[in-house]
Ligand binder design. Structure first.
Ligand code: GTP
Ligand code: MG
Length: 227
């Protein structure tokens, strides 16, 4: 099985790849570790496949003379072009579990027109979404993170599970947080029931600006009707 470790920046994907990988080996699993982060400088594990042999963020920045954010977008395109190399590696290896350490830029998983997770889709793949305990304090946080998790699940089309990471550092009693949930859910349902008309804007033709301005004003209007 292949496990894609996804989650917000700094949620512990790389550390889990190292430490959980060691744990799995200790209990007899044949483990592979893949680094798919073109920006990482140092890894706490020795990758069996390292995307930096094919693409690095610094090279992409230099080549295109661009900053790190756009370079990340471009590096996803380059990884996609080289996807057969990754697929061949996986196809030729025999393992019980392959831990795949994804980049922290969640938007690259979610919002890029290329879904790099498609590289692994036809294989026996799960995604594990890490929710770092430090940002899980209230019911609101839980709702937000669950939506983010669901967004990953729908966007990738890969069976996705979630785990709370770094729970040694922070109290992460999801039970406490869940007690606030029903109140928050009521608010979410209200929010989803709201119908807001769709406004389309273009910065080239400047179309839709009047409608956008109307919408912004109406948000503060006592009638509260954005339909
Ligand atoms: N206390 C504690 N610290 C952790 C744990 N997991 C990760 N960390 C720390 O959190 C920081 C970020 O961990 P990483 O594993 O690099 O996180 P990441 O999700 O790979 O980060 P990006 O790739 O930059 O998105 C590091 O300083 C880790 O040592 C954990 O379970 N407990
Ligand atoms: Mg990492």
């Amino acid at each position: 099985m292949i496990v894609l470790l996804i989650g917000p920046a700094g949620s512990g994907k790389t550390t889990l790849t190292a430490v959980f990988g060691n744990y799995l080996e200790e209990i007899g699993y044949d483990v592979r570790r893949i680094n798919l982060d073109p920006a990482v400088e140092e890894l706490p594990y020795s990758p069996d496949f390292d995307i930096r042999k094919l693409v690095t963020l610094s090279e992409v920045m230099k080549k295109h003379k661009i900053g790190p954010n756009l370079a990340f977008v471009k590096s996803i395109e380059e990884i996609w072009e080289k996807r057969e190399t990754i697929r061949n590696f996986l196809g030729n290896e025999r393992f019980d579990i392959c831990l795949l350490d994804m980049p922290g830029q969640l938007e690259l998983v979610l919002f890029h027109s290329i879904r790099i997770t498609d590289i692994f889709k036809s294989m026996r793949t799960l995604a594990l979404f890490l929710i770092p305990a430090d940002i899980l304090k209230t019911g609101d946080d839980l709702i937000f993170l669950r939506f983010l998790f669901l967004a990953c699940k729908f966007r990738t089309g890969i069976e996705t599970l979630y785990a709370i990471s770094k729970c040694d550092m922070y109290s992460c009693d999801e039970g406490n947080v869940t007690t606030e949930l029903s109140e928050v859910l009521k608010g979410v349902l209200e929010y989803l029931r709201d119908t807001q008309r769709v406004v389309k804007v273009s910065c080239v033709t400047k179309e839709g600006f009047d409608e956008l301005l109307d919408l912004l004003h109406e948000a503060f209007c006592s009638c509260g009707d954005l339909s």
